[in-house]
Design a protein around this ligand. Structure first.
Ligand SMILES: [Zn+2]
Length: 300
């Protein structure tokens, strides 16, 4: 099996690396805790690539694609505001990594990388990847290519204000979708002493707890509102639910699909568009951002 590229998903807690063959299959997968700061991130990436070399027995002088949170200038390979990684001001990550690894490096926002991974996994070229993590944002692929937008803001539906009476959002507006439909909104609405708030909430709702059902359904209605905006704007073939909350898997898809059906109940126009039928959730074990990073190639 010839490895043709490496993908790295650099996150606040761990860096996940995959070696991918020419058919887009994952040949090896490794992970390590991410050391903070620009030097830590580069050192961790180098260690992960070394682990992949050991795992494949291949020197792996192949292109490396990187998905990383924060504001990413993909053209220049510069990252800033990746707060969880201890990266504040502009860091020329592409050049730093290329010097360290001795190979071609492409850097992309992690949600965009995941979008390409979802394209590869679902076989749908026109796709929206809705990342439900700390915040809420979408990656857009048209005919298999990313649509970043002129300011990199394409798909930032989390900051569409939908409720003038809502709570203040971190962005400075009031009542953004993200204040209802995100991992942090869920954690605030359903606080738990330990474990995963989304998991605890969905479990409590499944047992019939009326308060949990109300909180879950309000969250699902928010996600559904984002899906509706995206579908009415770009009309993709599928909408893939991703991000930390999507670790819930099928129960998340079913709940959001029910909210979409509910919202379309009195609207034949919306019902005919079958938004619920376009929802997908990938198995939690698929390293979708690392896979997409491996498929980045030189500027997609
Ligand atoms: Zn906002």
């Amino acid at each position: 099996m010839t490895v043709t590229s490496i993908g790295l998903d650099i996150g606040g807690t761990k860096t996940l690396g995959v070696a991918v063959d020419g058919a887009g299959r994952i040949v090896a997968e490794v992970r390590r805790p991410t050391a903070p700061g620009p030097a830590g991130v580069v050192a961790t990436a180098a260690d992960v690539v070394a682990d992949l070399r050991a795992a494949t027995g291949d020197p792996l002088a192949v292109p490396v694609g990187v998905g990383i949170p924060g504001l990413v200038d993909a053209e220049h390979g510069v990252v800033r505001h990746a707060v969880n990684l201890g990266i504040g001001e502009s860091v020329p990550l592409r050049d730093l990594l290329a010097a360290e690894l001795g190979t071609t490096v492409t850097v992309e926002n992690d949600a965009n990388a995941a979008t390409l991974g979802a394209v590869a996994r679902t076989g749908h070229d026109d796709l929206v990847y809705l990342s439900i993590g700390t915040g809420l944002a979408a990656g857009l692929a048209f005919e298999g290519r990313l649509r970043r937008g002129v300011h990199g803001a394409a798909g930032e539906v989390g900051h569409l204000p939908v409720d003038p009476q809502g709570v203040p959002c971190s962005c400075g507006q009031t009542g953004c979708i993200e204040t209802v439909a995100s991992g942090s909104a869920l954690a605030a609405a359903w606080p738990v002493a330990q474990g995963h708030p989304a998991e605890a909430l969905f479990q409590a709702a499944a047992t019939g707890d009326p308060k949990a059902i109300a909180v879950r359904d309000r969250f699902a209605a928010g996600v559904a509102a984002a899906v509706r905006v995206l579908c009415l704007t770009v009309d993709p073939g599928v909408v893939v639910l991703g991000g930390g909350v999507a670790q819930l898997g099928e129960p998340l898809r079913v709940t959001v699909a029910a909210a979409l059906l509910d919202q379309a109940a009195g609207a034949p126009f919306l019902a005919a568009l079958d938004l619920a039928g376009r929802l997908r959730v990938l198995p939690p074990e698929v390293p979708v951002a690392a896979l997409g990073a491996a498929l980045l190639g030189p500027r997609r």
